[in-house]
Design a binder for this molecule. Structure first.
Ligand code: SF4
Ligand code: SF4
Length: 364
């Protein structure tokens, strides 16, 4: 995705996008699932999604849930392709994150798997509930991942999705550290750092769900929503999705997740059991894993705070802003040169201020 796409969204304007999307029933005012179409009043607001956990059954009998399989197939052209077999470590560390030999992994988030389904059993009011939770980026309203990126490689698009520009990302993974769910996943051996300062800067590129932004541009549904055999996911105007989630929660005496978390998101889950219990069960499940400290197996912390609202977050975002300007200008210059066919030495970047020393090696 290109920076100027913020204004023009590739070859079509935002106005065209909304027009096309409205025509296809994707933007504000229309709720769509993979199975049915329900026309509501038009608002033209950013899109949101509603995931009804009473309808998601985790696709029993399938090796890979339909949404996960569809996401992997649809987005494979965006997945990383490291050129080298022997990817260098992150200086000065002695490790790097390489998922190329685990491309088939569907039980967690990776650079090659942008959504997965967590399954937990939760007791509530004397009844045992099996809860299947499709997980991916929540596409937050005020995403800290965007604000702490010194390269301005992440962007909250006006249409709702939070998108990483894989041509600008240095893979420092700060975005993952400040995400309450640790969503972005890193692949080393790809990205701009290899061209700018492979020995001094960067760790690869971060990857995550982009809400199938390219499909939205074409007036199509996100692949996972289209693929769901139970119509457990809907997309429509953000406010309408929240309204739909609240209505469903009221109907079943259930609970909404995603409205307040991280300061607000555009993804709303509804569950018949409290999310405190879902989170606890997820954390217990995580403790049983080989590396319980690894990210990319998110919990569902209720009222998760937005990092930017902390004193640290504010200070870091203020510190990052000028660095982002300088490095962003260098990266933009590089891209201009590349566009002119001068794939030579780019402006010096001066290291990777985004580096996160405490995160070591392959986060499995
Ligand atoms: S869920 Fe995490 S990665 Fe996605 S927008 Fe929110 S903070 Fe960023
Ligand atoms: S919206 Fe698209 S990219 Fe995101 S999880 Fe669904 S299929 Fe994958």
């Amino acid at each position: 995705m290109k920076r100027e796409d913020n204004l023009t969204m590739g070859s079509i304007s935002r106005r065209d996008f909304l027009k096309r999307s409205m025509g296809a029933g994707l933007a504000g005012g229309v709720i769509l699932t993979g199975m049915d179409k329900v026309a509501l009043a038009s608002t033209g607001e950013p899109v949101g999604t509603f995931i009804d956990l009473t309808k998601c059954d985790g696709c029993p009998g399938k090796d890979t849930p339909a949404c996960v399989a569809a996401c992997r197939t649809t987005n494979q052209h965006k997945f990383p392709e490291p050129a080298a077999d022997d990817i260098a470590n992150y200086w000065p560390q002695k490790k790097h994150e390489d998922w190329t030999d685990k491309k088939g992994l569907t039980s967690r988030l990776t650079p090659y798997n942008w959504t997965f389904v967590q399954k937990v059993e939760v007791e509530h009011e004397g009844t045992a509930h099996e809860v299947s939770v499709p997980r991916r980026c929540m596409h937050c309203d005020n995403p800290p991942c965007v604000k702490v990126c010194p390269f301005s490689a992440q962007e909250k698009r006006p249409e709702g999705p939070v998108v990483i520009d894989d041509e600008l990302c240095f893979g420092g993974a700060k975005c993952r550290d400040v995400c309450p769910w640790g969503i972005p996943a890193r692949q080393a051996g790809v990205g701009l750092y290899l061209k700018l300062a492979p020995q001094l800067a960067g760790g690869g590129v971060m990857y995550k769900c982009d809400l199938c932004y390219d499909r939205l541009e074409q007036g199509k549904l996100p692949a996972c929503i289209e693929a769901c055999p139970n119509a457990a996911m809907q997309i429509g105007g953000q406010a309408q999705m929240l309204e739909a989630a609240r209505a469903r929660a009221a109907e079943i005496g259930g609970y909404v997740y995603g409205e307040k978390e991280n300061g607000g998101t555009s993804t709303f889950y509804v569950s018949p059991v409290p999310f405190e219990k879902v989170h606890k069960a997820l954390m217990e499940q995580k403790q049983g894993q080989e590396n319980p400290q690894a990210p990319s197996f998110p919990g569902m912390p209720v009222n998760a705070e937005n990092f930017l609202e902390s004193a640290n977050g504010l200070a870091i975002s203020l510190l990052v802003a000028p660095v982002a300007g300088i490095v962003g200008a260098g990266a933009a210059a590089y891209r201009t040169m590349k566009g002119q066919g001068e794939d030579g030495a780019p402006p010096a970047s001066g290291g990777d201020p985004e580096r996160v020393p405490e995160r070591e090696g392959n986060d499995e």
